[in-house]
Write a protein that binds this ligand. Structure first.
Ligand SMILES: Cc1cc2nc3c(=O)[nH]c(=O)nc-3n(C[C@H](O)[C@H](O)[C@H](O)COP(=O)(O)OP(=O)(O)OC[C@H]3O[C@@H](n4cnc5c(N)ncnc54)[C@H](O)[C@@H]3O)c2cc1C
Length: 399
């Protein structure tokens, strides 16, 4: 059987493998943005994607092209260089990334996680300074919470920001930071007053091109999401103006993180449902074509039953996801439901991708088949953004 290249496979994926009615939030402008993002990812990113995986980084020019195409900061107001959309627009872009299979292009974090901190907690001056450059890709965003000794337990963050006149002096190290090699705008979770625990936590923006003492560590060697740069970051007496604090006073960091985490968790759910749909589409396509014992793999009842189960679960996942977005856009997505979406959809993603891979037989284990990449890329979804165990703790608190 001839191996089809990634572009051919994208071309054969039906636009909507589940065939569900569209939710109200996926109106005409969101559908148009989805089509445009899908075309952009297929034409501008996918042809270079093997190279990005090999180099373990997407090049900066690709970010700037995405900016020029209007795919960065889609939900930021137009006055700050964005497109004035909502989370529905971010969802459309992230779904396109997942459907095309370029999951390592880290614009979801830039758009739907980093930029919103600046929009919600930044001063007018900060918003005008940073958001327009984030919308063009001149600034690439990252958020640095995790440290070698503090992941799930963010209260254990040790990175210190000490006030010194009209500057903060930042010392500490971060790890596992998405976009860590490329980012030149990093929101750093610091302790401004270690004696106050969570209430001594503050978010401070570091424009890495502007400071001394900032160093990037290794581009970490991961099992999946190879095209994304994930790094250690070191802050050695990095000085930034006190005006780089997000929020009007110190000590607001933990509250700000808690307020923004639901969107971060929902956005992980977006990636999950998009990959689920792609996995199903490429698998259905494959089992119709591949033959054993004189018939197509799809003609075995096991294959039919397995895919019937997976399509049912994917449908339940999509309906739940769509409902979460509906609630989020109207301001009603509570942190517990967002945690459910993150944990359940990412677990489902790993399960469905694994079951789909099985239907590819040995070819599923070969990196040249997209299902193999999905298998590697899916696994981290249960870990970052708060592990699924932490999600269950948060859900359990509501019992
Ligand atoms: C590819 C990748 C990208 C990432 N991107 C970013 C980023 O951009 N920015 C950032 O700040 N961080 C990022 N992270 C870090 C990520 O958020 C953390 O890895 C995650 O929160 C878990 O922290 P940890 O690795 O320290 O694990 P630990 O906290 O050491 O947890 C180890 C295990 O113990 C479990 N555990 C911990 N506490 C409890 C508990 N109370 N009850 C039950 N079980 C528990 C966990 O669920 C896990 O299974 C990224 C990580 C990866 C792998």
């Amino acid at each position: 059987m001839r191996r089809r290249n990634a572009e051919e496979i994208v071309a054969t994926i039906p636009a909507d493998v589940l065939g569900l009615p569209k939710p109200a939030w996926a109106g005409e402008d969101v559908a148009m943005l989805y089509d445009m993002a899908h075309r952009f990812m297929s034409e501008e990113i996918l042809p270079h994607y093997d190279g990005y995986e090999k180099n373990e980084i997407v090049d900066r020019a690709a970010w700037q092209k995405a900016g020029a195409a209007g795919l960065l900061c889609a939900s930021m107001p137009e006055e700050y260089g964005g497109s004035g959309g909502t989370f529905a627009h971010e969802s459309a872009i992230i779904e396109a990334i997942g459907h095309v299979g370029v999951d390592g292009f880290g614009i979801a974090l830039h758009n739907a996680i980093v930029a919103p901190y600046i929009l919600h907690y930044g001063s007018e001056e900060q918003k005008k300074k940073w958001l327009p450059k984030m919308a063009t890709g001149e600034l690439i965003g990252a958020i640095a919470m995790t440290e070698p000794g503090a992941g799930s337990d963010l209260q254990g963050v040790k990175t210190r920001a000490e006030k010194d006149g009209n500057q903060y002096r930042i010392n500490g190290s971060k790890t596992f930071i998405t976009n860590g090699q490329l980012a030149n705008l990093v929101i750093v979770v610091t302790k401004t007053d270690p004696s106050k625990g969570a209430k001594g936590t503050s978010l401070i923006v570091v424009e890495t091109d502007e400071v001394d003492g900032f160093e990037r560590g290794r581009n970490l060697d991961k099992i999946g999401l190879k095209a994304n740069d994930t790094s250690e970051l070191f802050f050695n007496d990095v000085r930034v103006p006190t005006s780089n604090l997000l929020g009007q006073e110190e000590g607001q960091g933990f509250v700000q993180l808690m307020q923004q985490l639901p969107q971060e968790r929902l956005e992980i759910g977006t990636g999950a449902i998009a990959m689920i749909e792609r996995a199903l589409a490429v698998t259905i396509d494959y089992v119709k074509d591949r033959k054993a014992f004189g018939k197509a793999i799809l003609d075995f009842q096991n294959t039919q039953f397995k895919l019937a189960e997976l399509k049912t679960e994917a449908t339940i996942g999509r309906v739940f996801y769509n409902d979460c977005v509906t609630r989020h856009i109207s301001g009603g997505l509570d942190p517990v439901t967002a945690s459910m979406a993150k944990y359940w959809l990412s677990d489902l993603q790993c399960k469905i991708v694994d079951e789909c891979l099985q239907l590819f037989g040995g070819y599923g284990y070969m990196n040249e088949y997209p299902i193999a990449r999905m298998y590697r890329d899916a696994r981290v979804q249960r870990i970052y953004g708060g592990t699924n165990e932490i999600m269950k703790l948060l859900i359990a608190r509501s019992l």
